[in-house]
Write a protein that binds this ligand. Structure first.
Ligand code: DQA
Length: 144
């Protein structure tokens, strides 16, 4: 089983970026947690981060018939990107959406998630552990 993990804009700035919201651990620490989780679950994974909407669309398109599942934190594009939603719908790869913070308790402009419309589940507010929960859910879903 192959899982693609996609992280959107500014997630490479974790650790520096608003630590009161996102914590003080950096992006490398997040990647280590993701790799360990995938290793424990016995699945292959690739982790991809981009600050560019079109690059994320390209990556989702390229995942077709290569990856069995996607975990995506689209970051700010969550709330704006119909292009990422359409890409996910185009490839029909089971996708779990994850957010480090609890977006439901934040600003009004974060209350809409386009990606949710294509996701089988959304995990939010669990910090980095949300990726673990998302991966476990996805692997269980794909194993059925
Ligand atoms: C985020 C929440 C988004 O609203 C924000 O733009 C991010 C990160 C999260 O992981 O909590 O960049 O997706």
């Amino acid at each position: 089983m192959k899982i693609l993990i996609i992280n959107g804009p500014n997630l490479n700035m974790l650790g520096l970026r608003e630590p009161e919201i996102y914590g003080d651990k950096n992006y490398s620490a997040l990647c280590r947690l993701i790799k360990k989780t995938c290793n424990d679950l016995g699945v292959d994974c690739e982790i991809y981060q981009s600050n560019h909407e079109g690059a994320i669309v390209d990556k989702i398109q390229d995942a077709y018939s290569v990856f069995d599942g996607i975990v995506i934190n689209p970051a700010a594009y969550t709330h704006t990107s119909i292009a990422i939603l359409d890409a996910l719908k185009s490839v029909s790869i089971p996708t779990v959406e994850v957010h480090i913070s609890d977006v439901s308790k934040r600003e009004d402009f974060r209350q809409l998630s386009y990606v949710s419309l294509a996701a089988i589940k959304t995990v939010m507010g669990l910090g980095f552990d949300g990726y673990k929960v998302a991966l476990e859910y996805l692997v269980e879903y794909l194993s059925k």
